[in-house]
Design a protein around this ligand. Structure first.
Ligand code: HEC
Length: 117
């Protein structure tokens, strides 16, 4: 009887941790921040989420985010992270809602690594 209870407890534990692991995989598994560069990771994020309003002709707030130089400028003056995280008195960007954690982590990593092209 005792062994049945123990076996049950082990099974329960296995299923709980298994589930936890699955969730973790789902949250972080597909988030590759191991080799973040502008061309492979950052530019697609910016193009999909920012350039619609911050394009090269008459961009919102006069801030163009087209190409490496413009995005690096925003990264260096703190506006990129400030707006994406809604910190430091910056407005939240994109205005419709924060990017997911994976993208925010990738942007942070890119900045920490010195803005690799
Ligand atoms: C739907 C249009 C839209 C999108 C998408 C958008 N922005 Fe903006 N952004 C604006 C507008 C409009 C302003 C100016 C708001 C104001 O001054 O009232 C602005 C202002 C800014 C500013 C200056 C304001 C500050 O607080 O520093 C930055 C930097 C910025 N956006 C970055 C971004 C980034 C980065 C993205 C993508 C993650 C993005 N924006 C996506 C419309 C947009």
């Amino acid at each position: 009887m005792k062994s049945v209870i123990i076996a049950g407890a082990v099974l329960l534990l296995a299923s709980v941790t298994g589930c936890y692991y699955d969730n973790k995989q789902e949250l972080y598994g597909s988030c590759d921040s191991s080799n973040v560069t502008f061309a492979t990771t950052i530019e697609p994020i910016i193009n999909a989420n920012c350039v619609g309003c911050h394009g090269s002709s008459s961009p919102s707030a006069g801030i163009s985010l087209v190409g490496y130089d413009q995005v690096a400028l925003a990264a260096n003056n703190g506006r990129l992270v400030g707006t994406m995280n809604n910190t430091g008195g910056h407005m939240l960007m994109p205005p419709g809602g924060k990017l997911d954690n994976c993208k925010l982590n990738q942007v942070n990593k890119w900045i920490r690594n010195g803005l690799p092209k």
